[in-house]
Design a protein around this ligand. Structure first.
Ligand SMILES: [Zn+2]
Ligand SMILES: [Zn+2]
Length: 378
């Protein structure tokens, strides 16, 4: 396949995926489109009985190196109408994954091992990575790469970063069980609003090392009914915690638990809570990052290779390394002029960068296979 042929094929594929967006866990037509296309190319894609998503292996033997793309779109208002919309660039990521498969197909006879390309559903819900891990999809892998298109404020169009440092996020919801009382008899009640205020105050007292960026705050509080002369016994609340590193998030979580325990004891109020969502921060592996950097230099030139990007957003790709410490991972940051920004209903980017992205990913996978081969010979 010539560069021109690859570029044309990927433009066609991107157009189809972009015009057929599907939200998290609903990537049904996307899954069958990808599976059919791969079958036409002579592959045997593996799909799942009870969920969307698929993977395909290229080369001989058990795959030890992999690439993961996400698949889902967002549900949002575009020009006054709500519908699914690919405003996070996952259509572009799938296109690059297919480009990588086409390039690997040509290299297959010379590959020193097998590569697994994974199409993961439900990234936007931070559930897809966990679901695929439960299916054992990454069990045999030593290296796993991902990618994400980057907004112009982070990367210039046509430049590439060997790692994306996403932060960690944790969302808690809870209920305060105090005691209701007449407004004239506060001593007979336990005011849930006062308990919540003590929680807010306690959270402000959590000190984290100043060199590590982190925050924890109450983001929702509901208490009281329609009467203004009743001391409310019950309140529900939400807490949002952010940290650039996973260990900082663990410290915040321990601090949060202590505040809950102390406030509960002080007021004699039971406080229930649960973790509603957890996104792990990036755990970039040095070897994986060095491989990605080399791949960028080989394909796009050293002048277009940037330092790694630190970004406050979250990405469920990082659960793979968080849950499998032996897995060496990094994400390629693709500078393709995303404007006005990710998740914006009118988000657009330069799709001419997709073939370059596919070539960088392919190169990184080949370099990782060679790395695995070298370490196994030792
Ligand atoms: Zn997104
Ligand atoms: Zn995304």
């Amino acid at each position: 396949m010539t560069d021109q042929q690859l570029a044309e094929r990927l433009q066609q594929i991107f157009k189809h995926l972009h015009e057929n967006p599907e939200v998290s866990w609903n990537e049904v037509k996307t899954t069958s489109y990808l599976a059919n296309l791969l079958r036409q190319e002579g592959f045997e894609p593996h799909t799942f009985e009870h969920m969307t998503g698929l993977y395909v292996d290229i080369g001989k033997g058990t795959p030890k190196v992999g690439f993961r793309t996400d698949m889902d779109a967002l549900w949002q208002e575009v020009d006054g109408q709500f519908h699914a919309n690919h405003s996070c660039g996952h259509d572009g990521h799938m296109t690059m994954a297919l480009g990588t498969i086409f390039l690997l197909k040509e290299l297959a006879p010379t590959l020193p091992g097998a590569v697994r390309i994974i199409f993961q559903p439900a990234e936007e819900k931070a559930q897809g990575a966990k679901a695929l891990m439960e299916q054992g999809v990454v069990d045999s892998l030593q290296f796993l790469f991902g990618t994400h298109v980057r907004p112009l404020v982070e990367l210039q169009d046509g430049t590439y970063a060997p790692a994306l440092h996403h932060g960690a996020a944790k969302l808690f919801t809870g209920t305060i069980h105090g005691v209701e009382a007449h407004g004239a008899r506060p001593e007979q009640g336990v005011n849930a609003i006062e308990v919540a205020a003590a929680l807010v105050d306690g959270l402000k007292r959590l000190w984290i090392r100043p060199s590590q960026s982190a925050s924890i705050k109450m983001t929702q509080l509901q208490a009281g009914g329609t009467s203004t002369n009743i001391i409310p016994g019950t309140a529900t609340f939400s807490i949002d915690a952010r940290a650039q590193e996973n260990e900082t998030m663990e410290a915040l979580t321990i601090g949060f638990e202590k505040v809950i325990e102390a406030v509960s004891l002080m007021y004699g109020a039971k406080i229930d809570y649960q973790v509603d969502a957890h996104i792990a921060a990036a755990q970039v592996n040095d070897t994986a990052k060095a491989i990605m950097k080399q791949a960028i230099i080989d394909v796009a030139g050293i002048e277009n290779c940037t330092p790694e990007v630190v970004t406050p957003g979250g990405e469920d790709f990082h659960f793979y390394a968080y849950s499998n410490p032996q897995l060496q991972t990094t994400m390629l940051g693709l500078g393709c002029g995303v404007t006005p920004g990710l998740h914006h209903p009118q988000m657009t980017f330069n799709t001419d960068r997709l073939p370059t992205g596919a070539e960088i990913i392919t190169r990184a996978l080949v370099l990782a296979l060679q790395q695995v081969e070298r370490s196994e010979k030792k």
